[in-house]
Design a binder for this molecule. Sequence first.
Ligand code: C5P
Length: 218
Amino acid sequence: MTGLVVAMDGPSGSGKSSVSRGVARALGLRYLDTGAMYRAMTWWMLQQGVDLADPAAIAARCGEPRIDSGTDPDGPAIHVDGVDVAGSIREADVTGAVSAVAAVPEVRTRLVARQREIIGAGDIVVEGRDIGTIVCPGATVKVYLTASAEARARRRNAELAGSTVEAQQADMARRDNLDSTRKTDPLSMADGAVELDTTALSLEEVIAEVLSLVKERT
Ligand code: C5P
């Protein structure tokens, strides 16, 4: 890997997507949303009627769908076997099931390989839970974004109609717990990562912080 890679990890609602896209736009880099790939795999499993309470069933089928992710920060495309799933993967059924699918080691092996192919020679901002630890430990800059549980739920709630902040907070706590305690590649801060607490910062301030980290290291 020769080009620049910015690894952006952290729990849901910490601002990863907005910050990653802003940084990619500012620097003319590509952008990869790895969470969208786990969501796309989950969408496919639900379509197929795979029993998501059965990790062996998930493992047995996860090699079948072809998952393609675009890298345009202004509108990253995501396709499963050629079907555009950008809208469907944000539905509540997928959000409710994704952490169970993402905990299956065979799913991770397959999607991490695909992510490394897309990252290729770099010049990309990559967001997820295991980018600095597993997918790209040699990333130029590793950022670990955090925010208070309440701030994260509030932000997510603003994106989703028909939900309450309390319901969001409960759902995020459940997902964070699954994501941080799973055996394979749990959410954790990578060696050499810079932790940024975004609770009291505006989006522009966080983007500016990350841009200055990139400048320091390049
Ligand atoms: O980022 P987003 O909330 O869309 O991610 C959805 C889920 O995908 C996460 O809750 C986590 O279970 C899983 N994920 C993961 N590893 C990544 C990105 C996402 O396990 N690199």
